[in-house]
Design a protein around this ligand. Structure first.
Ligand code: FEO
Ligand code: CA
Ligand code: CA
Ligand code: CA
Length: 601
């Protein structure tokens, strides 16, 4: 394709050049400001953030660490007012506490880290002519932490795999962990993916039952002490004492952010794996389809198709009904095939037809009926086993091993579905799967973006690669057929979002091209399909997360700024956002056009 056609609305801005600055860099003619930082008040009475004087009590009322997903939900009837809902994925204690000793964390550090996990709900206020957002103490403000109570629903609820000494019912879990990305549902709740929960649990090597040990291994639960040593303070993190606690994490969590007294839900009918997120498409008949990737090298892509239909309206009856949508339905895993003949040799070279493409099918794993009865569709596994050990179910049916599926999102304008496959350094190494059509490069450092045309509630799809990421000057990259001399370099796609015009926006994590991570727009249709432009970059050492691209505002989360080799709170590599000799703080940032106006026009 050429670049003769008009620049699509939403993508008309001057691309930001790759850089390694300790700053958020936005296009000429745009402004930005921090919305909220780690340690800022969420609840009334929260003390002012004091880096050298933190406490679990203060952190439980303040914005948590390492913001990842962000959702912005308009408060109806109150102009320019929103609920900002944010995930706090994980803690990095050496960056949180001066003089932190990783071999000897203190009780107070443990409790502070527990309170820095989870989610925040914060009311924010905008102003006409600006995209800036200011936090307020609204009636919905809430902190959810690794100590908050959750209700388990679906086929695993009450099963033998979820019973612990503290919870013989197997239905009430304390906390959520490693909430990475997520999605806002059309019924006004927020979904959040529990991702790398394996890292919180210690002493897997002391588990002697070979079946249990195999399950732990499949989920990456390592032996010995955990990195944070939480097992020293709370025995539920010690597998030798509580072998089932780990089975209570790895789910899609649903929060009703409008009711701060509501108990968040863990939906086990959607399976247990390292859920990056979950995002929704609603079909014409009201069936809800939730897409979710398992972010691990060589792991799978899933979807869940609801048995119930979504109820319209925003009353309490609708909310009660819609909170059950993800508890009854069918869970599928994806199997992809390449176009004939085999199109790749592991180098990522574009095959002879001009595009990377193929077909796929959804293999059913688990059906949960509206009466709560569930049936396994995988020979040799019970329904509860499929719900809790979903990866092994995917293994048995021959699901396709992908290059780390991160965000997996339907385009609200077109219904096409996109998956960020972030990278896979192990692809093609000894004993591991080699490159195939949808994962066309061995030792894949830069990742790719998959586009699906899915029969949403059905079992078949076609696919093609929109982007094969990396340096556009390299032969192994592909930008939807667009002229590669006119695109921004992009590496390690992670989070996806769509602007109001149906353009795709991609944020990156781990840029392998030696410059800072950022946010990019990608044109999907017309003769500029594949045109990729960098809209912003985040401070060095940071990851760009949670993008929201509205008509007049872009919101991104800057996760772990300054997290570079050798850096720590005692040797900070970044002083963003506070400047001077301050410690770096994960923060949410809003960007807008100077003087107001539509983004990308
Ligand atoms: Fe937390 Fe898959 O990124
Ligand atoms: Ca991610
Ligand atoms: Ca997203
Ligand atoms: Ca990532």
């Amino acid at each position: 394709a050429s670049s003769d056609g008009a620049v699509p609305v939403g993508t008309a801005f001057t691309a930001v050049a790759p850089n390694t600055e300790d700053a958020v860099v936005v296009p000429d003619g745009y402004e930005h400001a921090v919305v909220i930082r780690w340690g800022d008040a969420v609840l009334p009475g929260a003390p002012a953030f004091d880096f050298g004087n933190q406490s679990p009590q203060a952190q439980g009322m303040q914005f948590g660490f390492n913001n990842d997903f962000a959702g912005l939900l308009p408060v109806s009837g109150t102009p320019h007012t929103y609920l900002l809902v944010v995930n706090h994925e994980y803690t990095t204690e050496p960056f949180m506490f001066a003089g932190y000793d990783p071999e000897n964390p203190t009780l107070e550090q443990f409790q502070t880290a527990v309170a820095a996990h989870g989610m925040s709900v914060v009311q924010v206020k905008g102003a006409a002519g600006s995209g800036a957002l200011t936090p307020e103490f609204g009636p919905s403000n809430r902190r959810i932490t690794a100590n908050s109570e959750f209700l388990v629903t679906g086929p695993a609820a009450g099963s033998e795999f979820l019973v612990t000494s503290a919870d013989p019912t197997g239905t009430r879990v304390v906390g959520t962990l490693n909430n990475c990305s997520g999605g806002v549902t059309p019924w006004g709740t927020v979904l959040s993916g529990e991702e790398n929960f394996n890292q919180y649990f210690a002493n897997a090597e002391l588990v002697t039952d070979p079946t249990v040990a195999a399950r732990l291994k499949r989920y990456g639960v390592a032996g010995g002490a955990s990195e944070r040593k939480w097992e020293r303070f709370d025995s539920r993190f010690d597998l030798a004492k509580e072998p089932n606690e780990v089975n209570r994490f790895g789910y899609v969590v649903e929060v009703d952010p409008w009711d701060p007294t509501s108990t968040p839900i863990k939906h086990t009918a959607m399976g247990r794996f390292k859920h990056e997120a979950a995002t929704i498409h609603v079909t014409d008949d009201g069936t809800v389809v939730a897409y979710s990737g398992d972010d691990e090298r060589f792991d799978y892509m899933y979807k869940f198709v609801s048995a119930r239909k979504m109820m319209q309206g925003n009353g309490q009856a609708s909310m009660r009904h819609n909170l059950t949508l993800l508890d009854a339905g069918t869970l599928y895993v994806a199997q992809l095939s390449g176009d004939e003949p085999a199109t790749v040799d592991g180098s990522g070279t574009l095959p002879a037809g001009g595009r990377f493409a193929g077909t796929g099918k959804w293999i059913p794993l688990l059906r949960t009926n509206v009466d709560g009865r569930a049936e396994s569709l995988v020979p040799g596994m019970s329904a509860a086993e499929v719900a809790v050990f979903t990866r092994q179910a995917g293994d048995k049916v021959g699901a396709t091993k992908m290059d780390r599926p991160e965000d997996f999102e339907p385009n609200p304008k077109t219904g096409k579905v996109y998956v960020a496959l972030t990278n896979n350094s192990k692809r093609g190494t000894e004993g591991q799967a080699a490159a195939d059509a949808p994962n066309p490069r061995n030792n894949n450092k830069n990742g790719q973006v998959l586009e699906l045309e899915d029969d949403h509630s059905g079992v078949s799809f076609t696919w093609n690669l929109l982007l094969v990421c990396g340096d556009p000057a390299a032969a192994d990259t592909y930008f939807g057929g667009f002229d590669k001399s006119q695109v921004s370099p992009i590496s390690c796609p992670d989070n996806l979002a769509f602007d109001p015009y149906g353009n795709l926006w991609i944020s990156t994590d781990g840029n392998a091209l030696k410059s800072n991570d950022g946010l990019f727009s990608v044109v999907l249709d017309g003769d500029r399909r594949g045109e990729t432009k960098q809209f912003l970059t985040v401070p060095k050492g940071g990851e760009t997360c949670g993008p929201i691209v509205d008509e007049s505002r872009v919101v991104v989360c800057v996760q772990h700024p300054g997290e570079l080799d050798g850096a720590s709170a005692d040797a900070p590599a970044s002083h963003w956002p506070d400047g001077g000799d301050s410690q770096p703080r994960p923060s949410v940032v809003a960007v807008w056009k100077s003087g107001g106006g539509r983004i990308g026009t």
